[in-house]
Design a binder for this molecule. Structure first.
Ligand SMILES: *[C@@H]1O[C@H](CO)[C@@H](O)[C@H](O)[C@H]1NC(C)=O
Ligand SMILES: *[C@@H]1O[C@H](CO)[C@@H](O)[C@H](O)[C@H]1NC(C)=O
Ligand SMILES: *[C@@H]1O[C@H](CO)[C@@H](O)[C@H](O)[C@H]1NC(C)=O
Ligand SMILES: *[C@@H]1O[C@H](CO)[C@@H](O)[C@H](O)[C@H]1NC(C)=O
Ligand SMILES: *[C@@H]1O[C@H](CO)[C@@H](O)[C@H](O)[C@H]1NC(C)=O
Ligand SMILES: [Ca+2]
Ligand SMILES: [Ca+2]
Ligand SMILES: [Ca+2]
Length: 368
């Protein structure tokens, strides 16, 4: 017993040593000159939770999007409906397996051939007009459709979470949850201020004013920047003023604007020399004058509408940014649009927004 296990131990050690030796022989630097490194496509992680300054890439391929959404749904179910199972029937393991299988699937050239995918998707993107070329505008529209589809799916999930009485609508009370108390004794607390603003936001989303948000209204509530409800744009502008309005007069004077807003909306991108701030102030004054349409020396919420798209970039902005980038990368003959063969010739430009490759030969070539 002791003897056989020590024999196993020796063999295991030898096997490991051999592996280490082989690994070092075939390390990326050695392998580099033998093979074209294999690109492993990976799925996006945590796209719904990755807030902050980085907008997650929009998936190009609806199949990839579906896989990611399904995986996200499972994680979401675990977080929100974690009803403790009586006896662990190994429920968690198959979920992990699903995810591994999905990655194997998209990396299996026979089952998921990116050339075939692009041939299939091309006519669905080449729509206005269907001229055999994909323009940046067409790709923007395509990206936007994919992004909107994902957003609506997440809204549906959020709706399930908040719609306590399952009538298909969200009331303000349902959204706030039972802990929030509108008639709290402490009327001056910032919590109550926030509550008031939330209700304002809720009311602005309620297009038909019936006090309930249906799926469309709730989606606009969650993604006000992408809504075409003018009341919501107005609300966003008011909110921008409120955050910077130090003297609480409901509008921004030059000082409030200069210290709190100018940096976020300036488009010159210059960093001014701090010992020479007069240049910066002059440029800030110029923009202020342009925005102050009624020349009263203050910026109102109406006057902020002109820059709200800079403060809150819309999904369309990101869709276009991604489309422009992709066209710039795949447009071999530089005619500003993509032919099918240009797209097939650069499959990873389309999939790299979602997929990443461990070792990109072309990329390294540029630095040799
Ligand atoms: C995704 O985000 C959640 C919470 O934001 C975190 O608990 C989880 O570990 C993240 N998963 C991955 C794979 O990064
Ligand atoms: C995908 O299919 C095309 C056409 O059938 C074929 O030429 C190509 O080798 C396939 N690609 C991969 C990576 O297997
Ligand atoms: C929102 O609308 C409801 C009526 O639907 C009204 O009672 C409430 O005062 C409004 N809230 C705000 C903050 O305007
Ligand atoms: C929600 O209500 C708005 C306003 O009445 C309406 O335009 C929209 O079509 C409705 N959406 C759904 C999904 O019913
Ligand atoms: C900033 O301006 C001061 C005075 O005008 C000058 O001495 C200094 O070199 C400038 N610094 C830079 C980084 O330009
Ligand atoms: Ca409504
Ligand atoms: Ca004004
Ligand atoms: Ca071209």
């Amino acid at each position: 017993m002791g003897k056989s296990s020590s024999v196993i131990l020796i063999y295991t050690t030898l096997a490991l040593l051999l592996l280490v030796l082989l690994a070092s022989l075939f390390s990326p630097t050695n392998l580099h000159h033998r093979h074209r490194p294999h690109r492993r496509l990976v799925l996006r992680q945590n796209t719904s939770t990755s807030g902050g300054r980085h907008h997650p890439p929009i998936p190009f391929d609806p199949i990839i999007s579906d896989i990611e959404i399904r995986r996200e749904d499972k994680q979401w179910e675990r977080e929100h409906f974690s009803i403790p199972h009586r006896d662990g029937q190994g429920e968690a393991e198959p979920e992990w397996e699903d995810f591994m299988n999905a990655e194997d699937y998209i990396n299996d050239d026979e089952r998921f051939n990116v050339t075939h995918r692009i041939v299939l998707l091309f006519p669905k993107i080449d729509l206005s007009p269907s001229d055999g070329f994909v323009s940046s505008d067409e790709l923007t529209e395509w990206n936007l459709r994919q992004a909107t589809r994902e957003t609506m799916h997440r809204t549906q999930r959020d709706m399930e979470l908040h719609d306590k009485n399952h009538d298909g609508f969200i009331s303000f009370h349902e959204y706030e949850g039972p802990t929030w108390n509108r008639h709290s004794d402490d009327k001056t607390s910032s919590d109550n201020d926030m509550g008031w603003w939330k209700e304002d936001h809720f009311n602005a989303s309620d297009v038909d004013g019936n006090g309930l948000l249906n799926l469309t209204e709730f989606n606009d509530f969650l993604h006000s920047v992408d809504s075409n409800n003018p009341k919501l744009i107005q609300w966003l502008c008011k909110e921008e003023i409120r955050e910077r309005d130090k003297d609480k007069d409901g509008k921004l004077n030059f000082k409030e604007y200069f210290h709190e807003l100018f940096d976020a909306i300036r488009d010159d991108g210059e960093i001014y020399n701090h010992s020479d701030s007069s240049m910066e102030e002059a440029s800030a004054k110029k923009l202020f004058t342009q925005l102050d349409l009624d020349n009263d020396g203050f910026l109102s919420d109406d006057e902020l509408k002109a820059v709200i798209g800079i403060l809150h970039p819309s999904e369309h902005y990101y869709a276009k940014q991604q489309a422009d980038y992709i066209v710039s990368q795949a447009d071999s003959n530089k005619d500003g649009r993509l032919s099918l063969s240009e797209m097939i010739g650069h499959p990873y430009v389309f999939y790299s927004a979602i997929f990443s490759d461990e070792e990109d030969d072309d990329y390294h070539d540029e630095f040799r």
